[in-house]
Ligand binder design. Structure first.
Ligand SMILES: [Mg+2]
Length: 326
């Protein structure tokens, strides 16, 4: 009889995989799942681009020791799915590399996979395999592949003068509220936006300020943002200097995107399609400008979004959260 405290080191990798395999979500185009040297999947259909993304989640950097493993698993897959959402792409198959100390209870690993599998099922993603390795601290490395109609992925470079600048949800203090673990990736919203025609999009993982700069630089345009229009999360609203947190904190996993002026019914249509998802206009795309620029406010009072050392941009997440590429 196995004690509830059985560790991964005691159980062994082979037995762990045998135990996890039956509960891994699959899908018809996954031809061969976990258990052989590689997984096999049907190639994307003609007229589709293959979409690839990987992302690590590390104890002490992306979550604190002692965090419920279910939420860690949810976050690990959610981060990758949020990037798919930003491209308007459909995630299909995910591989999970687990690095863990031998002393981790098997029950914790099972809970981790429960979190991964839950998010995967919710969005029709198969957990196609991966690998495990011994390490000093818990790490999950997720690789996901999927598809998007050819040439239709929403790129950071697609913002054009005259477009509106919008965000989903509300921003700030994601660490304090626990949202960084439990967020639902905006895949449905992303696919809907993409199907509506040309627009730029990026997910807010490193903080609104940072994503605005990416968008301005990649599209080579000036962006004008109204700080007072930025939607604040309830926990953020209660904090001192909430607007600074909304700009500077990371891990919101909302979408920042543009809306062409010709898309006049956008706000009404979005509200009808996603009555539970807040969607707010926060600014406008200005004239072309090599290198890009982000301005706060408009007219003579406009000032440049401060680079880095904006002293009241007090970050609440560990520094490692913001130093990695999106
Ligand atoms: Mg991203």
């Amino acid at each position: 009889m196995e004690s509830p405290a059985t560790t991964l080191g005691r159980l062994g990798e082979r037995a762990l995989i045998a135990r996890l395999r039956p509960s891994l979500p699959s899908r018809p185009d996954l031809l061969l799942g976990a258990g052989d040297d590689c997984a096999l999947a049907a190639p994307p259909a003609p007229g589709e681009d293959l979409v690839l993304k990987s992302d690590p989640v590390r104890e002490g950097h992306h979550f604190l020791p002692g965090t419920d493993p279910l939420r860690v698993g949810r976050k690990a897959l959610g981060r990758v799915l949020s990037d798919f959402a930003a491209m308007g792409a459909e995630p299909r198959w995910a591989l999970v590399d687990l690095v863990a100390p031998a002393s981790i209870p098997v029950a914790d690993v099972e809970r981790l996979y429960e979190g991964l599998a839950g998010r995967a099922r919710e969005f029709g993603v198969a957990l196609a395999g991966g690998d495990t390795s011994r390490g000093d601290a818990l790490e999950l490395h997720i690789f996901c592949a999927g598809a998007v109609p050819r040439g239709e992925a929403m790129l950071r470079s697609a913002a054009r003068p005259g477009d509106g600048l919008w965000v989903t949800g509300s921003l700030g203090r994601s660490f304090e509220s626990g949202r960084h673990l439990d967020f639902v990736p905006r895949l449905r919203e992303g696919a809907w936006l993409r199907a509506r025609g040309r627009r730029a999009c990026i997910d807010i993982s490193d903080g609104l300020a940072s994503e605005l700069r990416h968008l301005a630089r990649e599209s080579a345009v000036r962006l004008s943002v109204d700080p007072a229009a930025v939607p604040l999360s309830p926990v953020c609203e209660a904090a001192p200097d909430p607007v600074a947190h909304a700009f500077g904190d990371g891990e919101d996993f909302e979408l920042l995107f543009t809306v062409p002026p010709a898309d006049a019914d956008f706000a009404d249509d979005f509200r009808r399609a996603f009555p539970a998802t807040r969607c707010t206009r926060i600014g406008t795309v200005g004239e072309p400008l090599p290198g890009g620029l982000v301005l706060l406010g408009e007219g003579p009072d406009a000032r440049e979004l401060p680079e880095g050392g904006f002293d009241h941009f007090a970050p609440s997440a560990p520094a490692s959260e913001r130093d990695a590429p999106a």
